[in-house]
Design a protein around this ligand. Structure first.
Ligand code: SF4
Length: 222
């Protein structure tokens, strides 16, 4: 699909922005807005992997109440970190990664979160999604489109792209979505995906962008 074929993108984004006013912001963007800290965005994104926002939010806040810099997390005993983040999925692996990443940031980057996507990707446990989220919502550089399951599913259902996984989706979306929407797209699609376009059975009957959606691959809807 070429760029000009997403002909209703302006209308879609406008409708999603209006709709999003009814929903709570996704946790990672909320933390980015509140703290302006790339490190806290990076850590909250790692905590959120395969974990719902309603669990991630309180855990991230609890952690940041006691440690919110690479130095503070590096110094924290692993057992204590594990106890704090226990409600998130894969907390044992995540606690080790978070400590390791904090130490690497101190040793290699003078305590500052790296400023490039490529450097972020060298941190153990940081994939494309986390690197893109940190660039966009942490460093406020909209040079990427962060893609999680909601962005992947919705972009395919709309018929904008045809991809098999989130990694491909990021590359394809960056070819077809105009740059002016790169900052907002993740935020809007995550909110829409968490509340309306649910992965297993979307609420198409109350969807604000229904008339612009091809509903590709939707078998069951409400
Ligand atoms: S119409 Fe249905 S499938 Fe399409 S975006 Fe809306 S909820 Fe999702």
């Amino acid at each position: 699909m070429s760029k000009q074929e997403i002909k209703n993108i302006d209308k879609i984004i406008k409708l999603l922005k209006k709709e999003a006013k009814n929903f709570v912001n996704p946790i990672v963007t909320e933390i980015g807005e509140e703290t302006r800290s790339p490190f806290m965005v990076l850590i909250s994104c790692l905590l959120s992997l395969r974990t719902q926002d309603k669990t991630t939010g309180p855990v991230a806040k609890k952690l940041f109440d006691v440690a919110k810099t690479p130095e503070e997390i590096a110094k924290m005993p692993l057992k204590r970190l594990q106890k704090i983040i226990r409600p998130v999925n894969y907390y044992i692996t995540k606690s080790k990664r978070i400590k390791e990443i904090s130490k690497t940031i101190i040793a290699k980057y003078d305590g500052k979160v790296p400023h490039t996507f490529e450097e972020l990707m060298t941190l153990k446990g940081v994939g494309k999604k986390t690197a893109a989220i940190t660039m966009v919502y942490g460093h406020k550089k909209a040079h990427y489109i962060p893609v999680d399951v909601h962005v992947h599913v919705i972009a395919n259902r709309l018929g904008w792209i045809k991809t098999k996984n989130a990694e491909q989706t990021m590359d394809e979306l960056m070819k077809v979505v105009p740059k002016r929407y790169w900052y907002d797209l993740n935020d809007l699609f995550v909110a829409h995906g968490q509340n309306i376009c649910l992965t297993n059975s979307p609420f198409c009957s109350k969807c604000a962008i229904r008339e612009y959606c091809h509903r590709i691959g939707v078998i069951r809807s409400r």
